[in-house]
Write a protein that binds this ligand. Structure first.
Ligand SMILES: *Cc1c(COP(=O)(O)O)cnc(C)c1O
Length: 363
């Protein structure tokens, strides 16, 4: 029996997508073989990767002067590839530290140039997006870096920093395709697929054309964006099956009515959970209200023993992976695009029942 999976990643995939993949697993269309068995240069596979890119471009309204790449190494490799490829002018970059993922990006970037951390919310356990002023940004910087949705703390930049002519680089691993965005506001967008787009193993990079080709030739060929742009993500064998799965997820998003329709549903799902948390006498959301993520909802009871009891009994009821990240504790419900509203309703109903039971026990 399938459960409601609130995992932060790898995460729930649409059932329709899994079933389609299952039907096509052994024999894809008239190819006589599985997608996994195909040459990446075969006609059949070329069609798959081209369709994946075309669907991504159309769903996210990506302009022609942006390149789309399907890479490996996860979002974590982008923490290094971004400075290797972009910290090449003044060799300075501005960072906003909104959590563990931006801290890791900062650590990598320091190996390649001068990192200026404009603001950090570390002292508040990253429970909010740090405050900063536009005037703090260095006009000479090669780029400004943010992690747009903070998977662990459930915070999200609701407005993007105004960086003028300095390109904005953003890690969208846990919010890509959850809302309509304006791609032209960014220089580089990257996202590991395993939260909102598909299985682990492929990383989507969307990069403005003029930012490609600036890297020093000394860097490894595989880590130069130019290599992958020149070869349409086919310099070496790409993660063929993961890209095929992305194509199926993109088709599913189209069938849902596109990103705007997904966004409306995501807002409805998140409101259900936040509205409950805001009136609950037992559970409390931990992220600053104005910065709340639509995708990751951390909450606590204030009592670690009770938190553990909640996670345990929720699991027994088919509501799984609700334990918070090891660095913050408590609970976290990740409600990505593929989490049906029924899953969120089931969670809220379970929390209501748990709260009543707990009150009875306290009497
Ligand atoms: C999960 C996650 C990462 C790490 O992704 P990998 O693909 O495992 O390297 C980085 N950034 C954010 C925001 C994430 O949610």
């Amino acid at each position: 029996m399938r459960v409601y999976n609130f995992s932060a990643g790898p995460a729930v995939l649409p059932l329709e997508v899994l079933e389609k993949a299952q039907r096509e697993l052994v024999c894809f269309e008239d190819a006589g073989m599985s997608v996994m068995e195909m040459s990446h240069r075969s006609k059949a596979y070329m069609k798959i990767i081209e369709e994946a890119e075309a669907k991504l471009r159309s769903l996210m309204n990506i302009p022609d002067h942006y390149k789309v790449l399907f890479l490996q190494g996860g979002a974590s490799l982008q923490f290094a590839m971004v400075p290797m490829n972009l910290m090449v002018g003044s060799k300075k970059a501005d960072f906003i530290d909104s959590g563990v993922w931006s801290s890791k990006a900062i650590k990598e970037a320091k190996k390649f140039g001068k990192v200026n951390v404009i603001a950090s919310s570390k002292s508040d356990t990253y429970s909010h997006i740090p405050t900063y002023k536009k005037s703090q940004f260095d006009k000479d910087a090669d780029y400004v870096y943010i992690c747009e949705n903070n998977t662990i703390y459930g915070t999200k930049f609701k407005t993007l920093p105004e960086t003028g002519d300095v390109p904005l680089v953003a890690d969208l691993s846990s919010c890509i395709m959850s809302e309509v965005i304006d791609v032209t506001k960014y220089g580089v967008i990257f996202a590991g697929a395993q939260k909102n787009l598909g299985p682990a193993g492929v990383t989507v990079v969307i990069i403005r054309e003029d930012l490609v080709g600036k890297a020093d030739e000394i860097i490894p060929t595989m880590l130069n964006y130019q290599t992958h742009v020149d070869n349409d993500s086919m310099f070496n064998t790409p993660p063929t099956y993961a890209i095929y799965m992305l194509k199926l997820v993109f088709e599913w998003v189209e069938a849902q009515g596109g990103v705007a329709a997904i966004e409306a549903r995501n807002k409805e799902k998140a409101a259900l959970l936040y509205d409950f948390l805001d009136q609950s006498e037992l559970f409390k959301g931990t992220a600053a209200i104005e910065d709340r993520s639509l995708m990751n909802v951390p909450f606590v009871t204030g009592d670690e023993v009770l938190d553990a009891a909640f996670v345990k009994s929720a699991t027994a009821c088919g509501l799984v992976n609700l334990k918070g990240h090891r660095s913050v504790g408590g609970m976290r419900a990740s409600i990505y695009n593929a989490m049906p509203i029924e899953g969120v309703k089931a969670l809220v109903d379970f929390m209501k029942a748990f709260e009543i039971e707990h009150k009875e026990a306290m009497k």
